[in-house]
Ligand binder design. Sequence first.
Ligand SMILES: CC(C)(COP(=O)(O)OP(=O)(O)OC[C@H]1O[C@@H](n2cnc3c(N)ncnc32)[C@H](O)[C@@H]1OP(=O)(O)O)[C@@H](O)C(=O)NCCC(=O)NCCS
Length: 213
Amino acid sequence: MGENPSREDSTSVIRVRPAREADIAAVAAILVEGFRSKFEAAFDERVDRAESVVARTLALGASRGLAGLFVAELEGRVAGTVALRRQSDPDVPEWDSAGILFSELGLWGGLRAMFYFSLLDQPCGRQEVYVSDVAVAAPLRRRGVGQALLHHAEKVARTWSKSALVLDVTAQNEAARQLYRRLGYTEQRLRRSLLARWLLKEGEWVRMRKDLT
Ligand SMILES: CC(C)(COP(=O)(O)OP(=O)(O)OC[C@H]1O[C@@H](n2cnc3c(N)ncnc32)[C@H](O)[C@@H]1OP(=O)(O)O)[C@@H](O)C(=O)NCCC(=O)NCCS
């Protein structure tokens, strides 16, 4: 996939490109910062292991060239990330990711985290691209990085000959919902989970969709 320079202002350019192995540590740090409350819920007092778990889990995809993982660069550093997947993409073997959780968190901590993360998994259709893990480093937000990542996601979806992008956003995440609405996503349906509300402290997600014309 080609690079996608987009002008933020007269001095800095945001460039979105496929992630490389050397980006993994930066991507893990951005994801843990962006989704801190989810990691705190899933890992409890072992939240200090979150970056290591995420980095090792991402590295499992390295043999496939980190397919579907993209980063935005701003001022020469990794500023944000997005993950894209198709229904037909192979899953990371469950035993490999479980092994990482067990080795970092122990047996019960690993099982608990697996169960919590399973509450977040959502499917997508054959003609859709599923957008997840959209996150921008906190000091670099409100500078167009999120928007640049999502514009790139549209380009990738067209290259894959898909007709829509879909995602799930926590109902209370007003910043992200505003970003998606602004880019033409519409809110499709609300999903509620009492179990997720109890365990993750977040129990409502909005499915959003953008049809590509
Ligand atoms: C949501 C997130 C990715 C936005 O990234 P960003 O780089 O700051 O977004 P952009 O600068 O491209 O913002 C584009 C537009 O989105 C909207 N927006 C972004 N952040 C907003 C906020 N905090 N409040 C209100 N609107 C916001 C605005 O319309 C903004 O345009 P403007 O700055 O001209 O007003 C970022 O806040 C983040 O990483 N949050 C934590 C992780 C997360 O919640 N990810 C989404 C999961 S579904």
